[in-house]
Design a protein around this ligand. Structure first.
Ligand code: NDP
Length: 456
């Protein structure tokens, strides 16, 4: 959107050359570098010490074999990874993703985003990401346990409560964190805060499951308030039906908005009557317990329609549903330029990203050019990792905060992130642009720390 200079083009072409085939990573870096140009102009010393070039290069990547035995007695082999991206402001922190599309490039994109996001939370946490190309669909509990144990048999030597603290992401929820933690504890004979997203009974924090979805809605409410509006009565599109989507929908209901869609990789439902709390409880049971498909919603509630979606199509018709606001909470690149155009044509004036990089660069251009209030994931979905940091603080001080206390802190953090994005954008001549603001505010914190710590 901003006109780019020779410097930006140079950095991006070097990234493409040094990281061949890692398109999602190129895209993630490409979203950040143009925002940083005015910052680098003001800090020639950071150009000289090659802060950005160092920040783009992960500090360490480990990749390993994950062999395991399925219920039929067959040996299966997957690949595991941990990308330890940047530890300038604290130990590496970021989720684990189990999904067949996982590869090094995807995890580098997610790790890179995580560095900025974690800095934005104001908590002392660096950025990392990991996972496996495992397809969890259809696995029994015992198969998932054996997989997690094998995965941890290698991962445990690279992580630790002061080194690297993984959490959940797509395909890794409470069940998987339990299996991973159990194996880590057995291997190291320690009970430490090495993973977050733990169950309340063994060191978790209240509100951690809710935090990402709640935070994306708190951020949206802040954007509305800063522009004289409110979420009250707004009809909202939510994509996905996993952890982030479910709790985004719940918080929308709390704030008087009306969520009308949910999706999974097979298609989406539209419920023009609104997805109320009873319907949401059905979704929670469907997805978290029965691990079923979203079309069952439309079979249960006759007010809804289900539309199957072809995964290879270059359109996502969910975004053609007329609405006031959108919360993409499924996965990367789920809204392209055409989708964004249809979304805005349908009346949408606000987009808050629960997922990581759900809008393509073309989609972002449409949203920004047409004046939509647009919050990138690194700001809007930072609530999850922020409460992970609160979980770490509670674990290390052996304290336990009430639901209200954690929610109050989450809300305050999201307000701060919102304010810091606006402030940074204005300070560097990009007033009211949340994307530039998030990139600049996150970068400033990490860059200052890197400069202080010398060339390492
Ligand atoms: P879940 O696994 O709980 O849910 C993911 C949802 O997205 C499911 O409905 C899934 O459908 C759908 N989905 C996944 N891949 C695709 C695809 N390729 N095409 C269409 N739909 C897809 O994950 P989360 O809710 O935890 O994560 C969702 C997003 O939020 C991700 O981008 C994640 O990185 C991001 N995020 C998550 C955080 C967290 O705290 N959990 C923190 C910050 C960001 P299906 O079941 O059919 O695959």
């Amino acid at each position: 959107m901003n006109k780019t200079s020779g410097w930006v083009d140079e950095v991006l072409s070097e990234v493409a050359e040094r990281n061949p085939g890692e398109h999602a990573f190129h895209q993630a870096v490409g979203e950040v570098v143009p925002s940083l140009e005015p910052v680098m102009d003001m800090h020639p010393e950071w150009r000289a010490s090659r802060i950005l070039e160092r920040l783009i290069e992960p500090e360490r990547i480990v990749s390993f074999r994950v062999p395991w035995v399925d219920d039929a007695g067959e040996v299966r082999v997957n690949r595991g990874y941990r990308v330890e991206f940047n530890s300038a402001i604290g130990p590496y922190k970021g989720g684990l993703r189990f999904h067949p599309t996982v590869n090094q490039g995807i995890l580098k994109f997610l790790g890179f985003e995580q560095v900025f996001k974690n800095a934005l939370t104001g908590q002392p946490i660096g950025g990392g990401k990991g996972g496996s190309d495992l397809d969890p669909k259809g696995l029994s509990d015992l198969e998932m346990m054996r997989f997690c144990q094998s995965f941890m048999n290698e991962l445990f030597r690279h992580i630790g409560p002061d080194t690297d603290i993984p959490a959940g992401d797509i395909g890794v929820g409470g069940r998987e964190i339990g299996f991973l933690f159990g194996q880590y504890k057995r291997l190291t004979n320690t009970f430490t805060g090495v993973l977050t997203g733990r169950s309340i009974e063994w060191g978790g924090s209240l509100i951690r499951p809710e935090a990402t979805g709640y935070g994306a809605v708190y951020f949206a409410a802040e954007m509305e308030a800063a522009h004289g509006g409110t979420l009250q009565g707004r009809r909202c599109l939510v994509s996905g039906s996993g952890n982030v989507a479910q709790f985004a929908a719940e918080k929308l209901l709390d704030l008087g908005a009306v969520p009308i869609t949910l999706s999974d990789s097979s298609g989406f439902i539209v419920d023009e009557d609104g997805i109320d709390r009873d319907k949401l409880a059905f979704v929670s049971e469907l997805k978290n317990v029965r691990r079923g498909r979203i079309h069952e919603y439309a079979e249960k509630f006759r007010t809804a329609t289900f539309t199957p979606v072809d995964r290879d199509s270059d359109r996502n018709p969910l975004w053609s549903t007329p609405a006031d606001a959108a919360f993409p909470c499924a996965t990367e690149n789920e809204m392209n330029g055409v989708d964004a155009t249809r979304l805005v044509d349908g009346g949408c004036r606000l987009v808050s990203e629960g997922a990581n990089m759900p809008v393509t660069p073309e989609g972002q251009d449409v949203l920004r050019e047409r004046g939509v209030l647009y919050a990138p994931g690194k700001a809007a979905n930072a609530g999850g990792v922020a409460v992970s940091a609160l979980e770490m603080a509670q674990a290390s001080s052996r304290s336990f905060w009430s639901r209200e206390e954690v929610d109050r802190r989450l809300h305050a953090i999201m307000k701060d992130i919102h304010g810091n994005c606006l402030e940074a954008a204005e300070a560097y001549g990009r007033k009211d642009d949340y994307m530039d603001g998030a990139n600049i505010a996150g970068f400033l914190k990490v860059a200052k720390a890197m400069q202080d710590q010398g060339v390492v």
